[in-house]
Design a protein around this ligand. Structure first.
Ligand SMILES: Cc1cc2nc3c(=O)[nH]c(=O)nc-3n(C[C@H](O)[C@H](O)[C@H](O)COP(=O)(O)OP(=O)(O)OC[C@H]3O[C@@H](n4cnc5c(N)ncnc54)[C@H](O)[C@@H]3O)c2cc1C
Length: 521
């Protein structure tokens, strides 16, 4: 690898990373580099998102205001959100969406304005859809990342792709660099004056999830290892209706307003048992719990339950969900007649690295943004706020870190190869099996329905895996990278379990069957 210098090193090539890079490179005389496991702008959860961003654009929707938007966020977060972050988020959201448009992101338009959509939990229509016919339905997020990738390149940001960062370097209480591994077996050392972690969430630590393969909880493992504070680690959001049969696709819960129902193995509807008042119009959390419980108690079908769309007239289905309808038709599925199986999946992590409103952590030289950071959403996230969060706090972190470099010019910054990867060919434990085992443990006892007994069982199993790490077999660079991902997943799992045990109540996305109600704040 060629040697080069950088001031700000951004780890992660999703929306938060790209936003930070563009903002950092706008600060005069600042050198910025992004290092990413996957291809920058084509990896991470941003690309599989539906491209919906919420924002308050002044004078766009009559009656809406920053205050109302903030109230909606606090309501969804069950009032434990970081209020400073909420205020910053609502103040900056509109400006940042318009900035994305300037960078070349195309949004659905209503005449000469961005088209505003309604979404559950938002008091006013304020969700904007980024769209591009260059990418398939399942990769609409690239409508956002690709123009930003181009912009970052034009601004001279250095791209380091296919490198997994497995350790941050801290010297005399200051973050000074990161160690990475390439797929072909090289160990890389990158020194920088400031590091921004934008390595995303941790959906892949659960057996059932809709995250991309690279999202293994590295953010929280890397940050913890250098003493960064984490917060809200018990709050994982689950999406109730991931279609697993006939093929994998997130199915919108708005289908229930048209008459879709959920049926168990006995062909019975069950939702009113869990929410007698709202039935199928229940919240995502409750629906996830209902499906999870039906499956756990033996009333599931093929690992899920049946999403019965027979009561939705075909024309109505086609008119309301043309893309979904076409995808099903292409696979020879008639939604009114054929069996669709859905299951809940781990979707989004509300917790994460604690930062101030500029993304700065408690460790000098370290920033975090996007799904890596926690605090904005509190106990649960309002729809479409994650992408806007990545842009707002990615941008603020990029600016702040670049400014810091201007004030700390004496610090080192360079990159070099430091030799070959160390493997453990003598180990006799199978890495793949252990990773899968961890995912199953977390899905069974740390996911949608939690209890003291289950959490303690999971804690014990996670501890056993940690104690056996030295016996895990690794004989290729891919396996060594996977081994480091496992270590980060374990650290993340440990903190989730600890936080879930400590919260002896049910709040937002955290549900304890042994403490089903909410404590007073
Ligand atoms: C199916 C789905 C649909 C969604 N739809 C929406 C939506 O419509 N609206 C919304 O607001 N939110 C949505 N979300 C959530 C949203 O997509 C994410 O929260 C957001 O994209 C996170 O952006 P990020 O930049 O923080 O992380 P990511 O986009 O996940 O990027 C993380 C980056 O870090 C890299 N990386 C990870 N570990 C390492 C490491 N150790 N070393 C180097 N690089 C590393 C990855 O390769 C990747 O490049 C959705 C999520 C999913 C899963």
């Amino acid at each position: 690898m060629e040697k080069f210098q950088t001031d700000v090193l951004i780890i992660g090539g999703g929306l938060a990373g790209l936003s930070a890079a563009i903002a950092g490179s706008d600060v005069k005389d600042t050198k910025v580099a992004i290092v990413s496991k996957g291809k920058i702008g084509s990896s991470g959860n941003t690309i599989v998102s539906t491209g919906c961003l919420a924002g308050y654009i002044k004078d766009r929707i009559e009656g809406d205001s920053e205050d109302i938007f903030a109230q909606d966020i606090l309501e969804a977060g069950d009032h434990i959100n970081n209020r400073e972050m909420v205020t910053t988020f609502v103040e900056k959201s509109g400006e940042m969406l318009l900035r994305l448009q300037k960078y070349g992101v195309n949004f659905l338009q209503d005449k000469d304005k961005l088209e505003a959509h309604s979404s559950p939990g938002h008091s006013f229509p304020r969700v904007f859809q980024a769209i591009s016919n260059k990418y398939p339905y399942s990769l609409q997020g690239m409508a956002i990342t690709q123009p930003l990738r181009k912009m970052a390149k034009e601004k001279g940001v250095k791209f380091l792709e296919g490198i997994s960062i497995y350790k941050l370097i801290k010297e005399k209480d200051q973050i000074t660099g990161a160690l990475g591994l390439t797929k072909d077996g090289q160990q890389i050392v990158i020194y920088a004056k400031a590091i921004i972690l934008t390595t995303g969430g941790c959906g892949q630590i659960f057996a059932n999830n809709n995250n991309t393969n690279d999202i293994t909880g590295d953010s929280y493992g890397l940050a913890q290892s250098v003493g960064a504070n984490l917060k809200d680690m018990e709050f994982m959001q689950f999406y109730p209706t991931m279609m697993v049969k006939p093929f994998k696709l997130a199915v919108t819960t708005t289908l229930f307003s048209l008459g879709a129902t959920l049926l168990n193995k006995e062909r019975k509807t069950f939702i009113t048992k869990y929410d007698p008042k709202n039935g199928h119009m229940t919240t995502r959390d409750r629906m996830s719990r209902a499906i999870f419980t039906e499956i756990k108690e033996g009333r599931g079908i093929d690992g899920g339950v049946n999403l019965d769309c027979s009561k939705i007239p075909e024309e109505k289905f086609k008119e309301n969900y043309p893309t979904l309808y076409n995808l099903l038709c292409k696979a020879n599925i008639n939604p009114a007649k054929d069996k669709i199986i859905v299951t809940p999946v781990a979707h989004f992590f509300m917790g994460g690295i604690e930062t101030n409103k500029s993304g700065k952590t408690n460790v000098p030289g370290l920033w975090a943004a996007g799904e890596a950071a926690g605090g904005l959403h509190g106990a649960n996230r309002l729809s479409s706020n994650a992408l806007t969060e990545a842009v707002v706090f990615g941008t603020l972190a990029g600016e702040d870190a670049a400014q810091y470099c201007q004030e700390n010019k004496y610090l080192n910054s360079f990159v070099f190869n430091s030799g070959k990867i160390i493997m453990n060919p003598k180990g006799d434990l199978n890495l793949k099996e252990i990773r899968q085992n961890l995912k199953e443990v977390l899905w069974t006892d740390v996911a949608i329905v939690r209890s003291e007994e289950g959490l303690k069982r999971a804690q014990k199993k996670v501890g056993e895996i940690i104690n056996n790490l030295e016996y895990i077999h690794t004989s290729s660079s891919r396996e060594v990278i996977s081994f480091h991902e496992l270590k980060n997943s374990l650290l993340t799992a440990k903190s989730i379990i600890r936080a879930a045990l400590l919260r002896k109540e049910s709040r937002g996305a955290h549900y304890r069957i042994d403490y089903p109600s909410k404590n007073q704040l």
